[in-house]
Write a protein that binds this ligand. Structure first.
Ligand SMILES: Cc1cc2nc3c(=O)[nH]c(=O)nc-3n(C[C@H](O)[C@H](O)[C@H](O)COP(=O)(O)OP(=O)(O)OC[C@H]3O[C@@H](n4cnc5c(N)ncnc54)[C@H](O)[C@@H]3O)c2cc1C
Length: 254
């Protein structure tokens, strides 16, 4: 069995000053209409801190290797869990749907620059189901007493997956039905956000999801007076466009 990552993964990890490893798929299980839970075994240091993600190397439908990024949902002994949106067609989604126990996968990590803001009293997590795994891992790292508010847009009722949190953490979940709107239409999450009154103490917003939606949400939060440094936005994907070979969505403004 070849447990040496591809040379390109080793070189990428060297440049990023992170690790390149080969992990083994333990399981891949549909957990809702839109999500697969993929469990990998291997070097758990790849998982980094809450908010971090892994970069996996998968083949696209032409046979070319591309990288895709998935946030770590959880870490346990020698296993790393990911929640992967699998309801569309793309190399990452197809990988999640077809991964079998024993498959080997090149992983580079930990990646990501958005950890929990430990100075915040409340944390609002806003986005679509691609952000859910990261939102829950971040919220599970909040020290009590604290407050976590989730505002998440769903295509299907069964995507409203829940998680366990420390007793003493105030948790509010607002699940917004997409109701046929385009995935780049921010209207649903804007109305969810409008229903949330900011507590008086210090807060931090985490915006993970579609490129245009997260951009408009950031502007809405700035308009409501949340300071720029209290808003962490990461576009995970872009409607109608494939992510680039390095796993990032296109950042052009058209
Ligand atoms: C830092 C980071 C962390 C991420 N963490 C996660 C995570 O934890 N879970 C997760 O599921 N995704 C996560 N993503 C997003 C994921 O990497 C992208 O969605 C990726 O594009 C999916 O790759 P793909 O090969 O399936 O589709 P692509 O080849 O990129 O795209 C194919 C088509 O599918 C559409 N598409 C892509 N993603 C979605 C989606 N979520 N919903 C509907 N349509 C889509 C595209 O618009 C395109 O039309 C993360 C991205 C980044 C940058």
């Amino acid at each position: 069995m070849n447990l040496t990552p591809d040379a390109s993964s080793i070189e990428l990890a060297r440049r990023l000053d992170v690790r390149a490893r080969v992990c083994t798929v333990v399981s891949s299980t549909p957990i809702s209409t839109s999500l697969h839970e993929v469990v990998l075994s291997g070097d758990v240091e790849l998982a980094g801190v809450p908010g971090n993600d892994l970069m996996i190397r998968v083949k696209d439908d032409t046979g070319k290797f591309v990288r895709r990024r998935y946030s770590v949902r959880g870490v346990d002994a020698d296993q790393i869990t990911l929640w992967v949106v699998s309801a569309h067609n793309g190399p990452g989604a197809v990988w999640a749907r077809t991964a079998s126990p024993g498959d080997l996968i090149d992983v580079v990590g930990p990646r990501g620059k958005i950890p929990l803001d430990t100075h915040a009293d409340w944390h609002v997590f806003v986005g679509d189901v691609s952000g859910l795994g990261s939102f829950y891992r971040l919220a599970q790292s909040i020290e009590v007493p604290g407050r976590a508010i989730f505002i998440v847009e769903l295509d299907h009722d069964d995507d409203a997956l829940t998680a366990d949190f420390d007793e003493g953490l105030g948790v509010t979940g607002i699940f917004v039905d997409r109701d046929g709107r385009s995935p780049s239409d921010p209207a649903g999450l804007l109305s969810g956000l409008a229903a949330f009154a900011f507590p008086p103490d210090q807060g931090h917003a985490y915006l993970f999801g579609e490129f245009k939606v997260t951009k408009v949400l950031r502007e809405a939060l700035l308009d409501r007076g949340l300071e720029d440094e209290r808003i962490s936005r990461k576009a995970f994907w872009r409607a109608g466009r494939v992510n680039a070979e390095n796993g990032e969505p296109e950042k052009t403004e058209d």
